[in-house]
Ligand binder design. Structure first.
Ligand SMILES: [Zn+2]
Length: 264
């Protein structure tokens, strides 16, 4: 009886086929139009979001809390703060986000972070630079929220550093990559409440002693992809201020926004 099973490729053949497979994959990637990260439909013009998903994105526009950037239901005039900013002021000074963290923003962030869609960084970074223009105009340097080295190794890139790179190219402030380190691997914040999140990131970040001179007296902007409770950027800001930074602001792509706030 004939053996119809495919024999394993001898290793020299397998080695020879690898570049061929890589070339084939590249050719397929070039032939197939990129998919919209929101709805997975092919994109006609090749970049960003399709028109339907674009219209569903919820950009955060004024009026919002001068401190936290949380949108208000009506315009109370310049400089007004939300209840949260007064009751529980963060270590950072101001935060701005490009969009609300809703289903479409979540899809974008997930494709970017876990789907190897680094090509989304320029679009997301542009929106962040626009939302944070006031803060970025005052900035001496940008600091991406760091990943622990084990997570960086698994994901192969730090999404916050990729976004900071795009923002830097638009606003001119340099990115400082080694001034803030995540020294403790923390559990994912998903599913934790506000106090658990703060506890989870306690002691997770550090400014290496040899880098303190780089941030001393400087105005910094922390860059991250998503702001949920703010515990992560708050922990980062505390550490940077303790190490001598003059001022810390925050720019994120998306922030969780509870129902619209009325200013007090
Ligand atoms: Zn779409």
């Amino acid at each position: 009886m004939l053996d119809t099973a495919t024999p394993a490729e001898p290793s020299h053949i397998s080695r020879a086929l690898n570049p061929l497979r890589a070339a084939l994959r590249l050719a397929l990637d070039l032939a197939l139009p990129p998919l919209c990260p929101g709805c997975r439909e092919p994109l006609g013009d090749g970049a960003g979001l399709c028109a339907a998903c674009w219209s569903k994105l919820s950009l955060i526009e004024p009026p919002f809390c001068a401190r936290l950037g949380i949108p208000f239901t009506y315009d109370p005039g310049p400089g007004l703060l939300s209840m949260e900013a007064i009751a529980n002021p963060p270590a950072y000074d101001r935060a701005r986000a490009a969009v609300r963290y809703d289903d479409i923003a979540r899809a974008l962030v997930h494709r970017f972070k876990y789907g190897d869609r680094l090509d989304l960084a320029p679009m997301m970074g542009r929106w962040m630079a626009r939302a944070g223009s006031e803060l970025l105009g005052d900035a001496d340097a940008l600091i991406p929220v760091p990943l622990h080295w084990r997570r960086l190794w698994a994901r192969r890139f730090n999404q916050s550093a990729a976004l900071a790179g795009v923002i830097s190219s638009l606003c001119g402030a340099p990115v400082l990559h080694r001034c803030l380190k995540r020294v403790r691997a923390t559990a994912q914040q998903v599913g934790l409440n506000k106090s658990e999140r703060a506890e989870n990131v306690q002691g997770a970040f550090k400014v290496p002693p040899e880098r303190k001179a780089d941030i001393a007296g400087r105005r910094l902007v922390l860059v991250d992809d998503v702001l949920t409770s703010g515990a992560t950027v708050d922990a980062c800001a505390r550490v940077l201020l303790r190490a001598g930074a003059a001022h810390v602001d925050v720019v994120v792509f998306a922030r969780v926004v509870a129902p619209l706030r009325t200013p007090i």
